[in-house]
Design a protein around this ligand. Structure first.
Ligand SMILES: *Cc1c(COP(=O)(O)O)cnc(C)c1O
Length: 360
């Protein structure tokens, strides 16, 4: 068996320890003689697992009691519709468009009401975060929406926008659990888990309880009402049981390795190794504004498409996989999520140095 260094943007690398635990429990979870995949979601064993997983997440993120944790399906993309259907009481919402995912969310919201684009960085290919300290927030906006870490472009909000009292809704798919957050700054904080937490197929949405109501758009399907899932504690229908189990293992892994503060330190140290190299290199360079750089997704280019392609190919042969940039951007992108060890980043940088030397 040999593991590669996997720089995929998602689904992405998981901690090896967690994969080994799952392997050990595959045929017999805690002496029950079956896998979590085969178990009734109504069994006591699964109910305990679900609650333990919620409690661990609450501990990890210090989620206040007036927030509900929901485990939902349909990926982050289904939230692009669920959020307006549940929150747009005045049929007005403000969107800050800093990348493809924010843009998709904004476009989807237009189906349900007036979705205003109050700031954007599309003028410079989404390579920066606009100043959000004094935006023209609509008086009757039901919420202000951001994508906090832009997976494709590699930018991150260092400071949350001033929403002028409106609830902030944030897609944190690609920076979930990468650093401590103040949950009370948000109305909804949500993300697909396949970037930084677990396998694909689930989204975790942490919602301030007053935003979970019966007053939704009249055509909202039962399955798309937050209240349906909140009332049933994420068990209205069969949840993604195995994914919940895997996420729970990752929560425990983060808890025992020091929690989110320690995670942030490790992520900053890893990102620094890569960004310092990009800043010093004569061949490679990062593509976004320094002050807005993501700790998780690091896009870079050589400036020569053929050289980029050769780099990706040679890197893959050397065991550094999934470094090709997003199809809309080109170049390279190294996603260095929580589970990417420092050694992976150091070895990648060493490989980049060698490549630069050999191709001067
Ligand atoms: C990947 C991603 C999505 C889409 O997630 P799906 O689960 O595939 O719907 C949405 N937002 C962000 C920021 C992402 O990185």
């Amino acid at each position: 068996m040999s593991r590669v260094y996997n720089f995929s943007a998602g689904p992405a690398v998981l901690p090896e320890e967690v994969l080994r635990e799952a392997q050990e429990e595959m045929l017999d979870y805690r002496g029950c003689g079956m896998s979590v995949m085969e178990m009734s979601h109504r069994s006591k064993l699964f109910g305990d697992l679900l609650h333990e997983t919620q409690e661990d997440l609450r501990k990890l993120m210090q989620i206040p009691d007036d927030y509900q944790i929901l485990f939902l399906q349909g990926g982050a993309s289904l939230q692009f519709s669920m959020i307006p259907m549940n929150l747009m009481k005045n049929r007005v919402a403000d969107y800050i468009v800093t990348g493809q995912w924010a843009k998709k969310a904004w476009q989807e919201a237009q189906k349900y009401g007036q979705a205003n684009k109050i700031a954007s960085s599309e003028d410079k290919m989404f390579s920066y975060i606009p100043d959000c300290s004094d935006l023209p927030v609509s008086k009757d906006a039901d919420y202000v929406y951001i994508c906090e870490n832009n997976t494709i472009y590699g930018t991150k909000f260092r400071k949350l926008p001033d929403t002028k009292g409106k609830p902030l809704v944030a897609d944190v798919s690609s920076c979930f659990l990468s650093e401590p957050v103040q949950v009370s700054d948000y109305g909804i904080i949500y993300g697909g888990v396949q970037k930084n937490i677990g396998p694909a197929g689930m989204v975790i949405s942490i919602i301030r309880k007053d935003l979970i109501t019966d007053e939704v758009m009249e055509f909202t399907p039962t399955m798309m009402k937050f209240k349906t899932h909140a009332d049933a504690d994420s068990m209205y229908n069969t949840p993604n049981c195995y994914c919940i189990y895997m996420c729970g293992k990752v929560f425990k892994w983060i808890l025992r390795t020091g929690g989110l503060a320690a995670m942030k330190e490790r992520n900053e140290a890893k990102a620094k190794v890569l960004y310092d190299f990009l800043d010093a290199s004569e061949m490679f360079r990062g593509t976004v504004a320094r002050e807005d750089r993501s700790l998780m997704n690091v896009p870079f280019v050589t400036g020569d498409k053929e050289l980029d392609a050769r780099f990706v190919k040679e890197a893959e042969a050397a065991g550094f996989v999934n470094l090709k940039g997003h199809r809309t951007v080109g170049g390279m992108r190294a996603s260095i999520y929580n589970a990417m060890p420092m050694q992976g980043v150091e070895e990648l940088v060493a490989f980049m140095k060698e490549f630069e030397e050999a191709n001067k």
